[in-house]
Design a protein around this ligand. Structure first.
Ligand SMILES: NC(=O)c1ccc[n+]([C@@H]2O[C@H](COP(=O)([O-])OP(=O)(O)OC[C@H]3O[C@@H](n4cnc5c(N)ncnc54)[C@H](O)[C@@H]3O)[C@@H](O)[C@H]2O)c1
Ligand SMILES: O=c1ccn([C@@H]2O[C@H](COP(=O)(O)OP(=O)(O)O[C@H]3O[C@H](CO)[C@@H](O)[C@H](O)[C@H]3O)[C@@H](O)[C@H]2O)c(=O)[nH]1
Length: 431
């Protein structure tokens, strides 16, 4: 089939490369000319395991990129909207990018002869596909949905760092369409992938995505709440969760307590669902608490450090990990951000290290020292905060010997102090 993908970020570029791998002809559309050039040169516009290889394989053969909507729509049967849906100022969803992309897509569909399918892949709150995207495409195309063009919602569940694998090995594919023809066309694109396919209406498909993310975020905040209580009682919360997680109704994964959840999805998606609920007059108390626990959790790292050091003012603090999780350079809503902000507010001297994400963090904090190794960040430090679950941090040992005061607060349950040669003053955030 012939597909165009609007937006070449994490979701768009991975979907494009994977659809090409599945044998489809793909045209990427992005307003960012740099990304267009990179994709046409067979280079990934973001860091994601396996993405470069797929783009090298398919670029200029069955995959090309352009900023020209008209060309892309004329030469494809379906267009996926994969643009960002950030939080607005009130925490609710900001649909301005989706609206702009829908208008450009509508104008291009207006100039095309024949049927075209509009597919929303961006994470959007229930009713957006039918009440926002569909009318904009109708307005700008002058055509009628369901008759001249189809509309579907197909949420994406990939994880950053494992995006290509997740796309090719999904546990479910959800297709919500306004008509049978477009629903069938979208489902056909995934033919060959072995998983459950849920065919439904657009608003249910939209809700499935939010419930998926909100439930996982709730598990993490629950684990953090339990962890904070366990710590006061001197109970190992990881031992508790290992046992509780054997219950198949609960499941062990996503019950790791720590510095909280970050990333481009969980925080903003929980806030968006809260915003949607409140907009309808419903107060979602549980989801409000999920956010509140997650906001407080990273600051516990600084509180624990402060308790050990007495005061933080003028102390040198090594922050290990800037990405929101391991295996990505993405720092969006990383728990390191509120921690560094708090350290700076308390007038600490911050030295930071991350294997991949320092370049991105420099755009937020220009006034801290970025180091090229953990050793360099730790050298002469009074305290250390482990913020991201990078594998290499779990292997640190003698590097701690370079610290002045060997105080280490672990926010990701990575270190085993009893097994280290270095004598460190270790404390887990909730163990
Ligand atoms: N990142 C993830 O892991 C993930 C996973 C599942 C779902 N999602 C959802 O997918 C959507 C996209 O997320 P992302 O992380 O890929 O975003 P992103 O910010 O990485 O990428 C968006 C891309 O859209 C481009 N763009 C902006 N305006 C445009 C326009 N008018 N026309 C064409 N291109 C335009 C940008 O230049 C950018 O390349 C969001 O709704 C997000 O919630 C993200
Ligand atoms: O037990 C856990 C598991 C995760 N995290 C944190 O949770 C965040 C998110 O982790 P993860 O889900 O692995 O990353 P994302 O790439 O943000 O993926 C989530 O968000 C995507 C965007 O919607 C969805 O597509 C994915 O299914 C969903 O897992 C990270 O900060 C992790 O450190 C914890 O604190 N404890």
């Amino acid at each position: 089939m012939k597909v165009s993908i609007i937006g070449s970020g994490y979701v768009g570029s991975v979907s494009a490369a994977c659809f090409a791998e599945l044998g489809h002809e793909v045209i990427c559309i992005d307003v960012d000319e740099e990304k267009v050039k990179m994709i046409n040169a067979g280079k990934a516009p973001i860091w994601e395991e396996g993405l470069d290889g797929l783009l090298q394989k398919h670029s200029q053969k069955t995959l090309i990129a352009t900023s020209d909507y008209e060309y892309a729509v004329a030469n494809s049967d379906l267009s996926f909207i994969c643009v960002g849906t950030p939080s607005g100022e009130d925490g609710g969803i900001d649909l301005s990018i989706v609206k702009a992309a829908s208008a450009s897509l509508g104008a291009a569909i207006g100039k095309k002869e024949g049927y075209h399918v509009v597919v929303v892949k961006s994470t959007v709150v229930p009713e957006t596909t039918e009440k926002v995207v569909l009318p904009i495409v109708e307005e700008f195309s002058g055509k009628k949905a369901g008759r001249d063009f189809g509309v579907a919602m197909n949420p994406e569940f990939l994880r950053e760092g494992k995006a290509v694998y997740d796309f090719m090995h999904p546990d479910k594919i959800v297709v919500g369409a306004i008509d049978e023809r477009s629903g069938f066309a979208v489902a056909e694109l995934y033919r060959g992938l072995d998983c459950t396919v849920t065919r439904t209406n657009p608003r249910t498909a939209e809700m499935i995505k939010y419930v998926n993310n909100s439930f996982l975020a709730t598990k993490i905040s629950f684990a953090n709440e339990v962890g904070n209580i366990c710590k006061q009682l001197g109970i190992d919360t990881y031992e508790v969760m290992d046992a509780v997680g054997t219950d198949f109704r609960i499941e062990r994964r996503f019950l790791n307590c720590g510095a909280g959840f970050g990333g481009s999805c969980f925080p903003k998606d929980v806030r968006a669902l809260i915003g949607k609920a409140k907009g309808m007059g419903y107060e979602p108390q549980l989801l409000d608490s999920v956010v509140a626990v997650n906001e407080r959790q990273p600051l516990r790292m600084v509180e624990l450090l402060q308790r050990k050091l007495g005061h933080i003012n003028g102390k040198r603090i090594a922050v290990l990990g800037l990405a929101f999780k391991n295996d990505t350079d993405d720092i969006r809503e990383s728990r390191s951000i509120p921690v560094i902000a708090e350290l700076l507010r308390l007038e600490a001297i911050v030295t930071a290290y991350d294997p991949m994400a320092a370049g991105n963090m420099k755009r937020i904090f220009g006034n801290i020292t970025y180091c090229s190794t953990s050793s360099e960040a730790l050298s002469g430090a009074d305290g250390c905060l482990v913020m991201t679950e990078w594998e290499e941090f779990g292997k640190l040992d003698r590097e701690f010997e370079g610290m002045k005061e060997k105080i280490v607060i672990d926010g990701r349950h990575l270190l085993k102090p009893e097994k280290l040669t270095a004598r460190i003053d270790y404390e887990g955030i909730c163990w």
